[in-house]
Ligand binder design. Sequence first.
Ligand code: UD1
Length: 428
Amino acid sequence: MDKFIIEGGKPLRGSLEVGGAKNCALPVLFATLLAPKKHVVGNVPRLHDMESTLKMLVHFGCSVDQRHSRAYGSDWIVDAAGLNTSEAPYDLVRKMRASFLSLGPLLVRRGQARVSLPGGCAIGARPVDLHLMALEKLGARIEQKSGYVEAKLPQGRDRLKGTTVIFPLVSVGATENLVMAATLAEGTTVIENAAKEPEIRDLCESLISMGARIQGHGSSKILVEGVPELGAMNFRIPPDRIEAATYLIGAQLTGGDVTVKGANAEDLGVVLDYLEQTGAKVTRSAEGVRVESSPVVKPVDVVTAPFPGFPTDVQAQWMALMTIADGDSVVTETIFENRFMHVPELRRMGAQLDVVGSSVRIKGRPRCLEGAPVMATDLRASACLILAGLGAKGETSVKRIYHLDRGYESMENKLQSLGAQVERSADT
Ligand code: UD1
């Protein structure tokens, strides 16, 4: 197991490119299962979650050729012609929840699917009832047996049947599973209260490159007109907005000046607006997004919400910033019930935090953080602790960095390129 050793107090300065978006690459790669073709997916980030996805695709009978022509990211050629199983076993799904996104594509391509239930995870229970409800609405027959979801097409039919599906709450994954399944259904599927996250818009664009007929993606009402078959995908994964947000928050937290080249300011939405409210100067241009820090960080409350609200995946990083603000703030988490595992670790570094239900009251104090040994508990909590370490006096060691490697490509190299003193070392 690796750890990061950080000598804090060096401002992040310079420009960098972030990798392809993890949460876009995952559904897009599972979407390749929809057609027995050779698909080209460019700019796939090199992350542990992508290695898990590769194992899944190979398990399903696909062959995958990865081309590494640049320092970061890879282009994948996925040949899905050899798909020969409808089962996603527990051992593969438990390592990565997003594997459940194979359910919709496997069902409509093979007529049946058997996918392990993913179970809970560190940040919450994360049920899959909405995924199942949506597929059942289109006529799928679904049973849960021995920890697996078994799905079949309607009796006597070889396609699902389009209809209107109204989600009672916004789910990114359930919207993705439904959109993918609906592309090959008979007739039109109307999805109401669909997730509006940029990753949904991008998944739909990748499906359109295969010949899918989709409208309204990016809004809360998506229309999918089913087609009998799809062709080859040709799609490039856009930059990761969560990774970009992490470095931009890092700029303000360390008193630095960072440009994320290629970052899409619209996708970063309220995160940039709130950074401005903390006093930072934010420049949105064709080149990307630049954050120039302010001498004083003003406290700003945030409440997580589905897009275009404040992303839950940036909540932990924001909390790190608020610990050094000049005054008190409140961070409220509304998406996941157990997403404050970074709180006790931040306290070890001198932060003053009170958990009250689903909110954390932060007594911000400039220069309050002191280096300490801390432990990462999930992906975004790891990023939070690294940012805190960069802004702290003295040395911080962040253990269990494998969580970070699920979602941030070569973070230590990127931080070093911005002037940070960070080393990865084996944790004995
Ligand atoms: C995706 C992202 C994750 C992000 C989250 C919210 C990927 C691979 N992961 O996760 O990084 O934090 O969106 O933006 O893209 N829910 C149900 N029933 C369901 C499905 C979800 O009750 O069937 C609940 C969840 O427990 C949660 C909320 O809905 O409270 C939102 O979850 P969802 O949007 O589905 O998150 P994921 O797709 O798992």
